[in-house]
Design a protein around this ligand. Structure first.
Ligand SMILES: Cc1cc2nc3c(=O)[nH]c(=O)nc-3n(C[C@H](O)[C@H](O)[C@H](O)COP(=O)(O)OP(=O)(O)OC[C@H]3O[C@@H](n4cnc5c(N)ncnc54)[C@H](O)[C@@H]3O)c2cc1C
Length: 489
C-alpha cells in the first residue's frame, strides 16, 4: 500500500498511467467497415445503402470473349446490365431493378508498362493502388487520380473523376487509348482521335455506353515533393490560388474550409505539394496510418458546436505540423480512407460536391453563409468538412461539370434515415444546388441524387445529347442503372 502511495507521487509513474489509459481507449475505438454492395444477400446497395434494390443476379466474366457473350446475349434476351467497380458511387449507378450486375473486379491485371513512353496499360477492374504498386519501383506515378487510390480505373473514368493535381487537367485527358465492349457486344480499341467519339460518352458516361475493359494511361515521374501549408482567410483564397496557378512551383494542391462555429466559412488552410525535381525510386507506398486517432478526432467533430471548434483547432495544428515535410507523388495520391467509415444505425454519412467558377468563388462563399447553418450541433443534418479542389476546364466530355476552371467543394455530411430527416437534408441540398447554379456552377453526379431532374438539366445542358446518343448507341437499352432511370430516361 505504502509502495503505491509512494509511486503515485512520482511524475514518471503518473505519466505512464496516462499513456496506458489513452492507449487502451484508442485501441478500443472500433474500426468498422460499412456493409454494402454485392455481398449483401437478396438486395444490392452501394456505398450509402440508401437505395436497396432487388436484382436478378451478379455475373463475373472469365475473359474478354465471355464479356462479349454476356453483352450479346443481353441484346437478344432483353436483359439489362449495370456495371460495377467497387461501388463507391452513391446513387444506384451500379445496379438496376431486376437487372444483371456485371462485377468487373475479375479484370484487374496490369498488362504492360512502357517506361520509355511513360504509359501503363491496365484492366479496368484494377484499382489505382494496383497501378501504384506496379509503377512505384520504377520511379513513375500517375498524372491524375482521386484523393484516394481505392477506386477502380473503370469506375473513376466513368464518373469523370478529378484529383489534387493542378497541372495535368482532367483524369480523362491522361487516357491515350482504351478497349471497350460496345452495347452491341463488339470489342473496339478507341483513341481520342476515334471518329465515332466513343471516349466523349464513355468518360463520365456512368457505364451506360459500354464496358471499359482496359485503358492506356499516361504517367509521370514519382517526384519527391515538399509539403507547404498555410492558414488563410477565405477572402484571400481566390487571389492566392491565382498566383499559385501562375507559378509552376506547385504540382498538387487542395484546401480545407472551416465549418466550425467560431470560424465558419471564414478560415481555411491550404496544402501544396511543391516540386523538388528529385525522382523517387525507393520510398514505399504508405499504408493507412493512425486510423484510430484520426477516427477519434473526426468522431469528436461529428458532434458539432464546441466540439467542432476543438476538431478544427486539432486539424489546424496537424496541418501546420506537415509544413516542410517531404512526400512522394505516389503517397500524396493515396490519402487514408478507413478513418472515415461511419456505421451508426439509423444514420448515413454521404458526400456531395459543388463546382463553382474560380472567379466567382468569393461571392459564392459569402452567399453560402445564408444557406447552411453556422452551428449544426442541434440539427439532424450535419456538415463535417468541406475540402476544395481545382477542376480545370474540360471541353471533351458530354456530362461536363467544368465548363470553365472551377473550384470543387467536396462536402462530407451526415443525416438520419427517417423520412422527415431525409427530406430536410434534401431540401437543404437542393437550396445549396440552386445557389451553385445561380453562380454559374454545377454539382457532381457520382453521389446520392438529392437534386431534382430540373437541377440536373440546368447543371448539364448537354444532357439531351447524352440521352440521344445513348439511344443511338444502345438501341436495346442493354446498359441501365438507377442513375439513368432517375435523371435521364
Ligand atoms: C471517400 C470517397 C472519396 C472520393 N474522392 C473523390 C475524388 O477525390 N475525386 C473524384 O472525382 N471522385 C471522388 N470520389 C468519387 C469516386 O471517384 C467514384 O465514386 C468512383 O466511381 C469510384 O470508383 P468505383 O470503382 O467505386 O466505381 P463504381 O461506383 O463501382 O462505378 C461508378 C460508375 O462507373 C461505372 N463503371 C464501373 N466500372 C466500369 C467499367 N469497367 N466500364 C464502364 N463503366 C464502369 C458504373 O456503372 C458506375 O456508373 C470519391 C468517393 C468516395 C466514396
Amino acid at each position: 500500500m505504502q509502495t503505491i502511495a509512494h509511486l503515485v507521487k512520482k511524475p514518471w509513474f503518473l505519466g505512464s498511467l496516462v499513456v496506458i489509459f489513452v492507449s487502451v481507449i484508442l485501441w478500443n475505438i472500433p474500426i468498422e467497415k460499412r456493409k454494402y454492395g454485392l455481398s449483401q444477400s437478396g438486395l444490392v446497395t452501394d456505398y450509402t445503402g440508401l437505395l436497396p434494390e432487388r436484382i436478378e443476379r451478379v455475373v463475373r466474366a472469365e475473359n474478354r470473349s465471355d464479356l462479349q457473350r454476356i453483352v450479346r446475349q443481353a441484346n437478344v434476351n432483353g436483359q439489362q446490365i449495370a456495371i460495377a467497380g467497387l461501388q463507391h458511387s452513391q446513387g444506384g449507378h451500379t445496379y438496376y431493378k431486376n437487372g444483371v450486375v456485371l462485377d468487373m473486379r475479375t479484370f484487374n491485371r496490369i498488362l504492360e508498362i512502357d517506361e520509355l513512353q511513360k504509359t501503363v496499360r491496365v484492366e479496368a477492374g484494377a484499382t489505382w493502388e494496383d497501378v501504384q504498386e506496379a509503377i512505384q519501383p520504377i520511379g513513375l506515378a500517375l498524372k491524375v487520380t482521386q484523393s484516394q487510390s481505392i477506386f477502380t480505373i473503370g469506375g473513376s473514368l466513368s464518373v469523370n473523376a478529378h484529383g489534387r493535381d493542378i497541372r495535368f487537367g482532367s483524369m480523362a485527358e491522361t487516357v491515350k487509348a482504351m478497349t471497350i465492349i460496345t452495347p452491341e457486344g463488339e470489342s473496339k480499341t478507341v483513341t481520342r482521335e476515334d471518329p465515332d467519339e466513343w471516349m466523349k460518352y464513355i468518360f463520365g458516361g456512368y457505364g451506360l455506353f459500354g464496358v471499359i475493359v482496359d485503358v492506356t494511361v499516361e504517367l509521370t515521374e514519382n517526384q519527391l515533393y515538399t509539403i507547404q501549408t498555410e492558414k488563410l482567410k477565405m477572402s484571400a483564397y481566390a487571389s492566392y490560388f491565382d498566383r499559385l496557378l501562375n507559378d509552376q512551383h506547385t504540382a498538387m494542391h487542395y484546401a480545407r474550409v472551416s465549418v466550425a462555429p467560431n470560424s465558419f466559412l471564414d478560415e481555411m488552410y491550404v496544402i501544396n505539394y511543391n516540386h523538388t525535381e528529385k525522382q523517387d525510386f525507393t520510398t514505399r507506398l504508405k499504408k493507412e496510418q493512425s486510423v484510430r486517432l484520426t477516427k477519434l478526432a473526426l468522431d469528436i467533430g461529428r458532434h458539432g458546436g464546441a466540439l467542432e471548434n476543438l476538431f478544427w483547432g486539432t486539424q489546424k495544428r496537424y496541418i501546420a505540423s506537415l509544413n516542410g515535410k517531404e512526400i512522394t507523388r505516389n503517397n500524396a495520391m493515396r490519402s487514408e480512407s478507413t478513418f472515415m467509415e461511419y456505421t451508426k444505425p439509423g444514420r448515413v454519412e454521404v458526400l456531395q460536391e459543388f463546382f463553382v467558377p474560380v472567379h466567382g468563388f468569393e461571392a459564392y462563399m459569402k452567399d453560402l453563409k445564408n444557406v447552411i447553418p453556422v452551428n449544426d450541433k442541434h440539427d439532424d443534418f450535419k456538415i463535417h468538412n468541406i475540402t476544395i479542389r481545382y477542376a480545370a476546364t474540360d471541353q471533351f466530355t458530354t456530362l461536363n461539370y467544368a465548363k470553365e476552371d472551377m473550384f470543387g467543394l467536396v462536402v462530407l455530411m451526415q443525416h438520419g434515415l427517417k423520412e422527415e430527416q431525409i427530406s430536410e437534408a434534401t431540401s437543404l441540398i437542393q437550396n445549396w444546388t440552386n445557389l451553385t447554379l445561380d453562380h454559374g456552377g454545377t454539382y457532381y453526379l457520382p453521389y446520392y441524387r438529392y437534386q431534382t431532374k430540373e437541377q440536373f438539366r440546368r447543371s448539364y445542358p448537354q444532357w439531351n445529347t447524352f440521352a440521344d446518343e445513348k439511344l443511338r448507341r444502345d438501341p436495346h437499352n442493354v446498359f441501365q442503372n438507377m442513375f439513368y432511370d432517375y435523371y435521364v430516361k
